[in-house]
Write a protein that binds this ligand. Structure first.
Ligand SMILES: C[S@@+](CC[C@H](N)C(=O)[O-])C[C@H]1O[C@@H](n2cnc3c(N)ncnc32)[C@H](O)[C@@H]1O
Length: 284
């Protein structure tokens, strides 16, 4: 029997933890059209519009990804870390493409397939329980891929990007969002980040230069990277905190949508925590 290396064991343990985390929160994170990511605003400082604006802002981020992905008619698109299926439904509603989603949460996969059925999209959307580090697909089987806020949980980004490259056809594009380290953290800021990274199972952060080196090393040709921190994180953290407070105050409160002790507002002013939107192409 072949034994696993310590880094393989760490990666698969992390994937299992992340899967259980999202299984646990699957039923209660469904409040924004089955979408679980940060919102996007053209102008920062829109949080004053109230929590009602968060759902729209989340869709705007999905649209920023779709705009860069530019899938051709009939394209086979891989959704890496599909969550509850909201972004895949949005892309399949806007473009005549077929989307295959994967998540390490079996419960998310079940709900995402239910969503596809209920939207009469099951002929073009399917969701599977799988890890980005071991994609159960043939080489060169997708025309395009997107990873909306899923790499944030994957410490082996190089391994994940190499797997995505493997399943993309030559010329196929990946569009993804991820956290990165925007500037060095003070000891106090690092302690705050570490506490939340532990609760939310975030992978360690790397700076932008290191990130792009890993990306190039995976064999993908880097196209574009935008630091969209100002347009996403602060307003989202404030609105998510507000929305969580109103959920808790509601008479039919069904349990928190995030770990106990997590107050997203604490992270709103942590400017060192960055949010990156990038695209890359498999050259050959
Ligand atoms: C923040 S949610 C984003 C969900 C979805 N992309 C969205 O935008 O609504 C993170 C997703 O990444 C998935 N994920 C995390 N690590 C993964 C891994 N190693 N392989 C596949 N999916 C993973 C989680 O299961 C979850 O579905």
């Amino acid at each position: 029997m072949q034994s696993s290396s310590p880094s393989e064991t760490y990666a698969s343990t992390m994937s299992e933890h992340v899967g259980r985390f999202y299984d646990h929160f699957a039923a209660v994170t469904d409040s924004f059209d089955a979408t679980i990511h940060f919102g996007y605003w053209d102008e920062p400082g829109q949080a004053a519009d109230g929590p009602g604006s968060l759902g729209e802002a989340m869709h705007r981020l999905t649209d920023e990804v779709i705009r860069r992905l530019r899938p051709a008619e009939g394209a086979a698109v891989l959704d890496v870390g599909c969550g509850l299926g909201g972004p895949a439904v949005r892309i399949a509603t806007k473009a005549p493409v077929n989307v295959t989603g994967i998540s390490v949460s079996a419960e998310q996969v079940r709900l995402a397939n239910e969503l596809a059925e209920s939207q009469n999209l099951a002929d073009r959307l399917s969701f599977h329980h799988a890890d980005v580090l071991r994609l159960p697909f043939e080489d060169a089987s997708f025309d395009a891929a997107f990873a909306l806020e899923s790499l944030i949980h994957v410490p082996d980004r190089a391994g994940a990007l190499a797997e995505i490259r493997r399943v993309l056809r030559p010329g196929g594009r990946l569009v993804a969002t991820d956290h990165f380290e925007r500037a060095a953290f003070s000891a106090e800021q690092q302690a705050l980040l570490d506490r939340y990274a532990g609760m939310l199972l975030l992978a360690p952060l790397v700076g932008i230069e290191e990130y792009l080196t890993v990306l190039r090393g995976s064999g993908l040709r880097f196209e574009e990277a935008s630091d969209i921190t100002e347009r996403t994180l602060r307003d989202s953290f404030l609105l998510i905190a507000e929305s969580e407070r109103s959920r808790r105050a509601a008479p039919d409160f069904a349990g928190p949508a995030s770990p106990e002790g997590y107050d997203p507002a604490d992270l709103a002013d942590l400017g060192q925590l960055g949010y990156l939107l990038f695209s890359a192409v498999r050259p050959d």
